[in-house]
Write a protein that binds this ligand. Structure first.
Ligand code: SF4
Length: 271
C-alpha cells in the first residue's frame, strides 16, 4: 500500500460529515487499490444477475452511498483484497465463466473504472476472447472527468456500460453519496461522453424507492435526464434498495434508520 491511510480517509457518511471531492478520492483510493496495471480483488465467482455472469469482486470507490450494498472493502480498502494483473484477473474470470457456462463478465463490489490501465488491459483481453459481453457498472465519475478514457473504452465492442445515478438534485447527491454538491453534474457528463463516443450504455437509479428518492427528487432526475437525451428516460432502470447487512449498517451510520423502517416498508412493498 503506497497511500498513507490517515483518519481523514472518508469511511462512512455520518451526521455532520464534511463533503469530499470524489475526483480527489479517485486518486487517493487508486493509490491503495492499484499498483501499476494491477488492481485489488477479493473474490471471483458466478452469480445469477444478468441471467448468469462471472464476476470479479474488487475494492475501492469514490462515493460513499448510504444505501450501498458492497462489502467493507469500500471503507477499508487497505485491509481487503490482493492485487491481480489484467491477465491474472482475466484468467480467474475465464475459469469461473467456463465452469458456470456463461459468456458474460463483469467487475463488481466497487467502482470498476478506478485503475484505468488495469481496466483497459482487462477489456482488451475480453475483446479477444470467446466471451460475448462485459457489463461495466459505474457511478460515472471517472468517465465524466476523462473524456479520453471513454474514447478508449469505445474501441471495445463487447462492453455495455451501466451508469448508476444517485440523486436528482445537488443537495440530495451530497446527502446520499458524501460527495460535494459541485460534483453532481459529473455523472451526467459521463453520459454525454458515452453518447459522443457511441458506447453502448443504459442508466440506472434507485428512483423506484421513495425511502431513498422522494417523488419530487425523482421528477428532478427525470427532467435532467430528459435534458441530456429524452430516450434515456424511457430506458431508465429504476431500482429499490435491498436490505443487505452492509446497507443497513451504512443507513444506520447516516442516521436514516428512523426515517426508513426498512422491514416494515419492505413488507408493505412486497405485500
Ligand atoms: S453504490 Fe456503487 S457508487 Fe455508491 S459507494 Fe457503493 S460501489 Fe460506490
Amino acid at each position: 500500500m503506497n497511500e498513507k491511510v490517515t483518519r481523514e480517509y472518508p469511511r462512512f457518511v455520518v451526521p455532520g460529515f464534511v463533503p469530499f471531492d470524489p475526483v480527489e478520492l479517485i486518486k487517493r483510493t487508486e493509490r491503495i487499490v492499484c499498483s501499476g496495471n494491477q488492481r485489488k480483488y477479493t473474490n471471483f465467482y458466478a452469480t445469477g444477475v444478468y441471467g448468469g455472469i462471472a464476476t470479479g469482486y474488487t475494492v475501492g470507490c469514490c462515493f460513499r452511498c448510504i444505501f450501498c450494498w458492497v462489502g467493507l472493502g469500500r471503507e477499508y480498502p487497505e485491509k481487503h483484497g490482493k492485487f491481480y494483473s489484467p491477465e491474472g484477473a482475466f484468467h480467474q474470470l475465464s475459469w469461473v465463466g467456463e465452469k458456470y457456462a456463461t459468456a458474460k463478465l463483469r467487475i463488481s463490489g466497487a467502482e470498476p473504472t478506478l485503475g484505468k490501465e488495469h481496466l483497459l488491459g482487462l477489456l482488451g483481453l475480453v475483446e479477444e476472447s470467446m466471451f460475448k459481453l462485459f457489463i461495466l457498472e459505474t457511478n460515472g465519475v471517472y468517465f465524466g472527468i476523462d473524456e479520453n478514457y471513454v474514447k478508449q473504452v469505445s474501441k471495445f465492442k463487447k462492453v455495455h456500460v451501466r451508469v448508476s445515478l444517485k440523486a436528482g438534485t445537488p443537495e440530495d447527491f451530497t446527502r446520499k453519496t458524501g460527495a460535494k454538491p459541485e460534483a453532481f453534474e459529473i455523472p451526467f457528463n459521463a453520459i454525454r461522453n458515452l453518447i459522443r463516443y457511441d458506447v453502448r450504455f443504459h442508466v440506472a437509479a434507485m428512483s423506484a424507492d421513495p425511502r431513498i428518492m422522494s417523488p419530487t427528487e425523482r421528477v428532478a432526475l427525470l427532467k435532467k435526464l430528459h435534458d441530456v437525451d429524452s430516450a434515456l428516460v424511457k430506458g431508465l432502470e429504476e431500482e429499490i434498495v435491498d436490505p443487505y447487512e452492509t446497507t443497513l449498517l451504512r443507513l444506520g451510520k447516516a442516521g436514516c434508520q428512523l426515517k426508513w423502517p426498512l422491514k416494515q416498508v419492505y413488507r408493505s412493498a412486497a405485500g
